[in-house]
Each structure stands twice: as C-alpha cells, then as structure tokens.
Design a protein around this ligand. Sequence first.
Ligand SMILES: [Zn+2]
Ligand SMILES: [Zn+2]
Length: 208
Amino acid sequence: MQVIERIPAGTACCWLLRGETGSVLIDAGMEHAEKILKQARDAGVRLLLLTHAHFDHITNAAFLARELGIPVALHPADLPLLKNQFSRPLDAQGVRGRVLRYFSQKLMQKPLEPFSPEIQLSDGMHLDTYGVDACVVALPGHTAGSVGVAVGDAIVVGDAMMRMPTLSPPLIFEDRQASLESASRIRESGAKLLLTSHGFTTCRRFFV
Ligand SMILES: [Zn+2]
Ligand SMILES: [Zn+2]
C-alpha cells in the first residue's frame, strides 16, 4: 500500500508519494516552502521529482533540495527553462488559455534561485531506488520535458492535464499536437485516478 498526499503550494500543488521504504516529492511549488519542507522531512523524502520546469512547480526546488539534502530529477528537455522561462514560446487555447498565459508570463519574470538537477528523467524509469513502486511516463506537449508518475491505479500528470474547472488537456502548451497525444496516452493508460497540479480536489490523501 502506498499513499499520495496533496500539498498546497501556490497556484500549483505538490504531491507527496509515500512508499514502503521511502518517499518522493513530486514538484516543489511556488509558495509555502517551510510547510512543504516539514511534510517532506516527516515523510523521509529521498528525491524531488519535477514534472516540468515551469516556475509554479520549481520555485521552491533549490531551497527544498538543499534543506532536505536530496537530488532533483527533471527531464533533460526542460533544462533550458531553468535558465530562462521564456526560452521556448508558449501557445494558448481559447480565451481561458490566453488569460492563463498572460498571468503565467507575468510571474515568469520573477527571478528563480538556480539549481542543477542531478538526475535525468526518462520514459519508463522506475523509482524503486527511492523507496516507491512507481515509474515515470513521458507526457510532452505542455513543455517538451513534461512527465507524469504512474503509481498503482493512479497517475500524477503535472500540467499534462488540467482541471480548470473541468478536466481537459492543458490550456497553455509548447506543442498542441504533442499535448493532445499525451492526453490520449493518459486516457489509454488505464489509470483510474488522475491527479493534476492545477484545479480543485476535495480529497487530500489517496491510497494506491
Ligand atoms: Zn503549472
Ligand atoms: Zn506548466
């Protein structure tokens, strides 16, 4: 039995995956760094895995990795975004997408504390080294290096799907076609529980 907990972290949430012999923190968030640190410490987190390199998922990454003394994992395709959030153009779908992009790009101008991911994520990579029974799923489109984490009947999808307010493919993306293919991949994965970084959920804890 493994547990996934939702941790509020600003506009995007983090997910804490607790395994039998260790835990993985999925995304670092933008706010509430001290609270996230305490929960991660209590859970014995051994890896900070970033679903992608947008500011709302990585702002706390340098702080959390340093305080916890753990490595950071990111797909290499998103490394350019660490240096410059505007290194690739972001497209938008519909009015809601354009509004979201406008506010996102305003926040992207804020400086980020630099950090270097020690681990490069790839499709199918198992995370058992870090005490959890889960694996990485490549979900490009929102960003080129977007990934999800499949665990039991659940999949944590980052921004590869969004609940804004209903579940849909991302409203902002680098590659629309790739994002739709990733959404199909999620649907075809057979996962019964789909955990997004953005959007409303009433439940904070899931047993998977
Ligand atoms: Zn996001
Ligand atoms: Zn994003």
